[in-house]
Design a protein around this ligand. Sequence first.
Ligand code: FMN
Length: 213
Amino acid sequence: MEFRKVVEARASCRRFRPDAVPVEDLRGLVRIAGLAPSPGNSQPWRFVAVVGAETIARMGTVVRHRLAGILPEPADEQIARARSRVEWLATFFTEAPAVIAVVHRPRRTAFDELLEGTPGGPTHAHLEACRAHPGLQAIGAAIQNLLLAAADMRYGACWLTAPLVARSDLENILEVREPERLAALVAVGRPAALHVEERDRRPLDEIFELRYQ
Ligand SMILES: Cc1cc2nc3c(=O)[nH]c(=O)nc-3n(C[C@H](O)[C@H](O)[C@H](O)COP(=O)(O)O)c2cc1C
């Protein structure tokens, strides 16, 4: 597909057909994800494609369990509706035939070594915060690549961070250990419905500003 058409065709997909996603396609998606830019080409990521229905179901169970402990009691109809919407947005991935766990694998760049090695210089945490977490930015770029590749291959996909309310339980299931951290899940599968909803986007003039001086 032409690049612009891929970007326009991509939309979060939350309903999937049960057809398995071939390993070659999962590898293809991750290869494109890995072409994303990263600080000092550090490539601070790893992708775990989960296709086992049992593991995906276990992941859903820990998220549901965690949400049950933190969501407000459904005291009235409105709260009950909001609550079930949140539960759905955090757990629909269990209906996808494949879930790609995106793992942030912190890697020090030459820039980090130099700045953090200066006596009395800024700490790692400070540098990370003032540079707006470059490793995580790179993870975002990789995920967007993956989503665009999925759209190009006519897969439906959705980027999820809501399930990470149960991050440590998910990390246990996926065997992600410090200093790595689970950054997101991406649900992937053939879409059950192939329609792009009306794009609900802020107008260009609201998000674009041009400065001459
Ligand atoms: C960092 C990030 C986290 C997201 N987490 C979730 C999530 O947990 N569950 C979900 O259903 N959608 C999630 N989304 C998808 C957004 O809801 C979606 O991108 C947004 O509503 C715009 O719709 P579109 O992707 O169809 O253009 C996430 C998107 C991003 C970028």
